[in-house]
Write a new protein. Structure first.
Length: 175
């Protein structure tokens, strides 16, 4: 059964394994590097441009995560780094934006995400998510993490709401 996409008013997601393929490079100084899919990033810009709040809830602690999503229009206060209690951070995101849990789609790929996947209006997992995350999700993308799964679902949900609209003038002002 297809989830009701019309109720979604915001998006939130984990980073490693959702926005990335889960791989992390580490240099000799201990700096961590991730690679992101540009199409996933564009989907976030489309959401922001069309009025959707977007949150990042990750166990990762690198300040580069905040910088990455700032370029996509995600507000710094909507990026929760080092999250060890994702449901608390999810509830804070919802509260700050005046949203009910059921109005937010949440993307997660592993055990720390399961509680939020179950609580969100629509829990979304990438194709290569851990079995526990897939079981908890309402929707499993046909695409793996870091390879377009965010774009695929954002476009599907926003199209269903009639809000997958590219506006050059707005895009130029915001980005």
């Amino acid at each position: 059964m297809e989830p009701d996409l019309s109720k979604i008013k915001a998006f939130a997601f984990d980073v490693d394994g959702v926005m990335t393929d889960g791989g992390i490079f580490c240099d000799l100084q201990g700096n961590l590097y991730r690679t992101y899919d540009a199409k996933d990033g564009f989907a976030i810009r489309m959401a922001v441009m069309n009025g959707y709040p977007v949150g990042v809830i990750t166990g990762g602690r690198s300040s580069s995560i905040r910088e990455r999503f700032k370029t996509s229009g995600v507000k710094p206060e909507d990026v929760y780094l080092g999250s060890r209690d994702k449901i608390r951070d999810f509830d804070d995101f919802c509260s700050r934006h005046g949203l009910k849990r059921e109005e937010v789609a949440f993307f997660g790929d592993d055990i720390p995400d399961v509680e939020v996947l179950l609580a969100a209006g629509i829990g979304v997992a990438p194709a290569d998510a851990a079995p526990q995350a897939k079981e908890a999700a309402d929707y499993v993308s046909p695409l793996p993490g870091g390879k377009g799964c965010v774009r695929e679902f954002f476009e599907k949900a926003m199209t269903a709401a009639g809000r997958w609209n590219y506006k050059t003038d707005v895009y130029k002002k915001l980005f």
